[in-house]
Ligand binder design. Structure first.
Ligand code: ZN
Length: 236
């Protein structure tokens, strides 16, 4: 397992059949107890855990400014258009095919990116049918055991906070963690709606019950789910 940004030209030339892994995070508010880079750190940690046992796996530089439209206006949440993200993914995947990758795997930790990734995958399947392009977001939530009730979206709550307590404890301030269940606004899912004003704390759910132990379990569950799928697909 190697990080692309750390590989020399000579080393890169030695790797003939790379498995490229592209982590996708975000730069967006995650309450007062978690950093803006929460999704980015989670995506990188999952990518690293997946890549660990895979020969010639190369983790590409993380895309950290993605589709965070819902939090616009909350410092310093940044976003690019969904169509730009879709094109960016296609261009990176297209460019990677010069080096005959065994597969190109996107590991996404920001749910709002899902549509852009899915449509990039569909376009690529037509344009580059030989490229084995896979994408993974958080696994089905029933795979992750929780002590708290879920809110209508996953954000800065038990799962993300636990993952961060395990991955980057120095960046978590549990004294600032607040349980908050904003009520689902009328028209949610039926019209364009920013989420910024709905949660005073920035959380949707209960981060106060988070723990590093749970974070380790979540990380293992997600990584194993991805590894199993890649095995089933005959990639590894
Ligand atoms: Zn997040």
């Amino acid at each position: 397992m190697e990080w692309a940004l750390s590989i020399s030209r000579k080393r890169a030339e030695e790797i003939r059949d790379p498995l490229f892994i592209l982590p996708l995070g975000s730069t967006e508010q995650h309450g007062n107890h978690l950093p803006l880079g929460t999704d980015t750190y989670i995506a990188e940690a999952i990518a690293e855990r997946v890549a660990e046992g895979i020969e010639h796996s190369v983790i590409l530089p993380t895309l950290s400014i993605t589709y965070s439209w819902s939090w616009k206006g909350i410092p310093f949440s940044l976003y690019i258009k969904e169509s730009s993200l879709k094109e960016l993914l296609k261009e990176i995947a297209r460019s990677s095919t010069q080096y005959n990758p065994k597969a190109f795997v996107v590991i996404n930790a920001h749910l709002a990116n899902d549509s852009a990734i899915k449509y990039a995958a569909r376009d690529l399947s037509e344009e580059l049918p030989d490229l084995r392009f896979f994408y993974f977001s958080y696994p089905p939530l029933e795979m992750l055991e929780r002590d708290s009730e879920p809110s209508f979206t996953i954000h800065a709550e038990e799962i993300e906070t636990s993952l961060m307590l395990y991955i980057k404890p120095d960046l978590v301030d549990m004294s600032q963690a607040v349980k908050e269940y904003p009520s689902k606004p009328k028209g949610y899912g039926k019209k364009a709606m920013v989420l910024g004003g709905l949660s005073r704390s920035g959380s949707f759910g209960d981060p106060t019950v988070a723990s590093a132990d749970k974070g380790r379990t979540y990380l293992e569950t997600m990584a194993n789910w991805i590894i199993e799928t890649l095995k089933e697909e005959g990639v590894i």
